[in-house]
Design a protein around this ligand. Structure first.
Ligand SMILES: Cc1cc2nc3c(=O)[nH]c(=O)nc-3n(C[C@H](O)[C@H](O)[C@H](O)COP(=O)(O)OP(=O)(O)OC[C@H]3O[C@@H](n4cnc5c(N)ncnc54)[C@H](O)[C@@H]3O)c2cc1C
Length: 378
């Protein structure tokens, strides 16, 4: 499913990222969060010089007009080393939304800076009372002449603290459910817009997640994306593509789990022989490799469908559920294969298990993905 161009991109990307984060990076403990951030800044700089932060975006907006598949390759390659993957670059969700629904003015103003790595974007749909049931949001954006006045609290915003721009979904017309939701691009620094503290998370600790507070924040109507009432449709459409991104993030974690398991099981000796000589270890590794291949094909197929403008929504959900479950199983087995050494921070593999968990939760939990898949079939 990969074109020659995609494969060449993968090779070049690997070699560039390897300069900053060599293979054995996984063996570093993740205590040094600041170090992760410094590293991801350096990687971002190198990638932006080659226009590889958003390779699938049009050339006029700072991309290379390449396939969507190349952004999936970027996500997997980054996540192999550092699980928030390309989330730290803050383009994955905001870019596709602006490209599909933004005005020329909005595209011109925001996309180039995002693709050049000069701005970081965030996507803010969830609220404390509305997670899976996202349309049950209560944040409001009430029209006031040429402006909207935004009030409410959002939570779980990836890059909330470090971002410059946030896509915010809010109710513009009450009482009509998801048809009353609209989407806005909100710049940091507006009066009444505050961020909460960074959440102390189980995994993906190299990206920040926080609450956002809006207290009578005035947003120009030029910052509304799409028509009034189109917000929920926009959110769902962005999430469809985003889910293939999460699947590829899970592939990166699962691949790292497999490679560490192979390496350690050949090195570690017990009862006078490498533990890899035991069939029970071999079967674990065989299962990991087999499931990883299946997950990768599913993810690539979803990306291929998207690249070929075919309906990919159910496949994106299948890829996300399956790849995230594979990553969770592979990383858990990887810790098991490392025995006690797998359970301590110094060895680094426990981080894979902690990082894998989020892929089953954000951008729609595994349960919600199954709802999407079943709906498409029934
Ligand atoms: C680290 C992190 C980063 C995040 N980043 C972002 C972000 O950038 N932007 C953003 O908008 N959100 C973000 N989220 C939010 C994330 O998308 C939500 O946490 C997720 O959608 C689940 O919502 P919830 O946590 O409210 O759980 P709930 O919706 O309360 O679900 C709780 C449990 O019930 C299950 N459940 C709910 N409804 C059903 C149903 N109908 N059928 C079966 N089971 C069901 C769920 O699957 C889950 O197991 C992030 C979350 C985390 C933890």
């Amino acid at each position: 499913m990969f074109s020659k161009d995609d494969l060449l991109f993968k090779k070049k990307l690997d070699s560039l990222i390897n300069k900053h984060l060599p293979e054995d990076w996984q063996e570093y403990p993740d205590e040094t969060l600041d170090n992760h951030w410094e590293l991801s800044k350096k990687i971002k700089k190198s990638l932006s010089e080659k226009k590889w932060i958003a390779p699938s975006w049009p050339i006029e907006y700072g991309g290379l007009d390449k396939s969507f598949t190349q952004s999936i390759i970027l996500s997997e390659t980054m996540s192999y080393r550092m699980a928030p993957g390309n989330d730290r670059f803050g383009v994955r969700m905001i870019g596709p939304t602006l490209l599909k629904y933004g005005t020329d003015f909005q595209k011109e103003k925001y996309l180039k800076r995002l693709a050049a790595g000069l701005n970081i974007g965030a996507f803010s749909l969830s609220e404390p009372q509305s997670g899976s049931d996202a349309s049950n949001m209560i944040t409001t954006a009430i029209k006031d002449g040429n402006n909207y006045i935004l009030n409410g609290t959002k939570n779980w915003v990836t890059n909330g603290i470090n971002s410059d721009l946030v896509l915010v979904f809010a109710v513009t017309k009450k009482g009509i459910g998801h048809k009353g939701i609209s989407c806005f691009i909100v710049e940091k620094g507006l009066s009444g817009f505050e961020c909460g503290k960074a959440e102390n998370k189980l995994g993906i600790r190299a990206s920040d997640t926080c609450e956002l507070y809006f207290d009578n924040v005035k947003i120009s109507k030029e910052n509304r994306i799409g028509q009034e009432g189109e917000g929920f449709k926009i959110a769902l459409s962005t999430l469809d593509g985003g889910r293939i991104g999460i699947a590829s993030q899970a592939l990166g974690i699962a691949t790292a789990s497999l490679n560490h398991s192979i390496k350690y099981s050949k090195e570690r000796e017990q009862f006078g022989k490498p533990i890899a000589n035991n069939q029970s270890i071999q079967f674990k590794i065989a299962d990991m490799a087999m499931e990883l291949e299946a997950a990768r094909l599913l993810t690539w197929k979803a990306a291929w469908l998207k690249d070929h403008h075919k309906n990919f929504s159910a496949l994106a959900s299948m890829a996300k559920v399956y790849a995230s479950e594979v990553a969770m199983r592979a990383s858990t087995q990887c810790v098991q294969i490392h025995g006690g050494y797998g359970y301590i921070r110094e060895t680094g593999v426990e981080r894979l298990m902690r990082d894998a968990k989020i892929t089953q939760i954000y951008e729609g939990t595994s349960e919600i993905q199954r709802v999407v898949i079943a709906r498409s079939l029934l």
